[in-house]
Design a protein. Sequence first.
Length: 435
Amino acid sequence: MLRVFLCLLILALLAVPAVPESTAGDNGEEVPIDVTAPGQRLLRTVVAKPLSDGKEEPACAKELGDLLSFDLSFAGPFEPAADPQQVRRRGIAPGLFDFAPLEAAAVDFLVLSGYTVAGSTLTVELRLYHVPSRSLKVAKRFTATVKELRQIGHLFSDEILLAVTGKRGPFSGGITLVTRKGGAKELALMDYDGHNMRPLTGNGSLNLHPDCAAGGAEIVYTSYKNGGPDLYRREIYQGSEARLTRSAGGNITPAFSPDGRRIAFSSSRDGNAEIYLMNRDGTGLRRLTSNRAIDVSPCWSPDGREIAFVSDRLGKPQIFIMGADGQNVRRLTTSGPYNVNPSWSPLGDRIVYSGQVEGTFQLFSIMPDGRDNVRLTAVGRNENPRWSPDGRFVVFNSSRAGGDGIYLMRADGSAQIRVSSGAGSDAEPVWAAAR
């Protein structure tokens, strides 16, 4: 557990404009940057080499600097810029470095960090400066173990996005996924950027379809470990687990409601795969759909009022939306022969899904009313898209480099990058909370 003694130096959201002048309101108050606005220019950002307050640890400094640069570059509004005065910097506090060379290079933001290593204890201080106003935007101090360096960096990246855009980033969270282990499929957890992979299950069976509750510290999933397929609810970090169903037909594709109190899932307990609803402890079972078709893969709208799901009731699988009470069913996707894996953005404005194109699967994004259907991927087989908690990014699995791997992209399909390593088979990623 990260011992973040956040001696929170000050979340210095000063009255001085902390974003470029083009984002300031008429009354001089700070206005967060809309990173999705058409024509929004990138913010030139210097991530300076971390400075040691004592014995230098080059590996720690490089890892922290590289991590911050990766997070900010992937986030979208930031553009890496060369540091014009690294050799002349004596510290990270005002007066120990010069803004003038940064201003001359048209730099918008400067990220400075200093660290001290004492045995296994790591102390890191990080600061974000807005160069045009010469103001401190964010300052934080963390004390943890050396092994927790990456988590510290991701936490600060989240704070940078909060300060600059008005919405916290998702980088300190992890990703739960299904990974093949011989003939078994186990659940694992990794940092969002693919580092620190660690197992969640090890039962030698098939463990599939994970979904995270609000807050991301609890998952529900399908497992065959006791015959199954049955549903289990598991606390990610403590390991406690509860069995929710007992093999009355197949029980698959569970999805937590936004408040974490209910679970929608597909079950063939009555002879046909239908969508059901139950309380998080397995009680209060209720059937939502009733037809001869196969209904699977429910996902909730962020307000908990509607559920999108996959049904072949019109022939081949398409995506439909219904009320959380099972009423008012309507078809969402009308193009493409085979559409599956819906995931509703936490912002409520888009649903991503996987659709068949020329014999393989690509990812699409569509509005909940069926308008503006946009293709996001073009290479390989791409499936199981899921949103980050802030709605900025989509994680998915793709075969574009051979075996299935976990990929990330921005919500508009840009900056697609593989984050899982190795040549194994990794699939069904879901964003989880930070530890």
